[in-house]
Design a protein around this ligand. Structure first.
Ligand SMILES: [Zn+2]
Length: 314
């Protein structure tokens, strides 16, 4: 079975690997699709250190082909989305039964379960109220998902900030009340005009310093500043005096607890299966396993109209 392995920064090899025999609670899955995550791109670029060789890919979905003797809830032929630490960019992988969530036969794009679960959890943690003014800084894949989930909580306005015209146009088409190109427009001025007191909940989804600065400028006194971005690499600086004086509630929406992630994935899949959200406009770029280099190049450089790279190994 073929599997993509990161052997050194910017070098992925597709190699023949043999999976171990199934343990009693193991499930063997044939991969339909696995998303390329911004955190994978960090490893690939060498921003985040990890031991290598490293099988990448933690957003897989596929069809069960075999189960261990104690597996009771899943059988061969079932479709599943799974929580795994890596190995999703492979023809097959093994996951524990507890980490597999069954997916309806007609559900489209179950491979987004993990990032969608993180966004569901972020919104639940930030807990926006009905008629809140919301700001989303960053209109990439995660920012777009955040828009779709935020809309379910009945906001008064949703303002989306980015510097890429195509991303802002997409945010508008996904229902943003207004979009701000922060390369030449002031988010703070726009928010002062549209909300008077500032935004109730601001989601920072960029993972860079500039996103944190913008978030500070848009959040109202006693508002919530929710950090969704993945802040790897160099340290960041915040004006703690200002954050303190403004009495922000700071919400860290980076989830590591497996059960929290699985619960978010389950909720996200329920929305997806029932058509409550439509993610098809976000599923822009698909690659075979042999095209994984191009997928990572695209995810890193984000060409115009790129939103999400998906690998389809089979
Ligand atoms: Zn991810």
């Amino acid at each position: 079975m073929l599997s993509a392995v990161l052997v050194e920064p910017r070098r992925i090899e597709v190699i023949e690997r043999t999976l171990p025999d199934l343990g009693p609670t193991d499930v063997r899955v044939r991969v339909d699709a696995c998303g390329v995550c911004a955190s994978d791109v960090d490893f690939w670029q060498g921003t985040t250190q990890r031991s290598m060789p490293e099988p990448l890919g933690h957003e897989p979905a596929g069809v069960v082909i075999d189960v261990g003797r104690d597996v009771a809830t899943i059988k061969p032929g079932d479709r599943v989305a799974c929580w795994v630490e890596g190995g999703g960019f492979s023809e097959e992988f093994i996951a524990d039964e507890q980490h597999c969530i069954q997916v309806a036969p007609d559900c489209r794009h179950p491979e987004i379960a993990e990032p969608l679960g993180c966004i569901v959890n972020a919104v639940e943690l930030a807990a926006p109220q009905i008629a809140d003014d919301i700001v989303i800084i960053g209109a990439g894949f995660m920012g777009n998902l955040l828009q779709l989930i935020s809309a379910l909580r009945g906001p008064r306005t949703v303002t989306v900030a980015d510097q890429r015209p195509a991303a802002l146009a997409r945010a508008k088409s996904l229902g943003a009340t207004s979009v701000i190109d922060t390369s030449h427009e002031s988010l703070a001025e726009q928010i002062a005009r549209s909300t008077v007191r500032g935004a109730d909940v601001v989601y920072e989804v960029t993972g860079v310093q500039a996103g944190l600065d913008l978030a500070e400028s848009a959040t109202r006194m006693s508002g919530k500043l929710c950090i969704v971005g993945y802040h790897q690499g160099a340290s960041r600086q915040i004006q703690l005096g200002t954050w303190n004086w403004m009495a922000f509630t700071i919400v860290n929406a980076h989830f590591r607890d497996r059960n929290v992630i699985l619960s978010g994935m389950q909720k996200g899949l329920r929305l997806l299966e029932n058509g409550v959200i439509d993610v098809t406009p976000l599923m822009t770029d698909t690659f075979p396993l042999t095209g994984i280099d191009a997928a990572f190049e695209a995810a890193a450089s984000k060409p115009k109209d790129f939103v999400k790279a998906i690998i389809r190994p089979n």
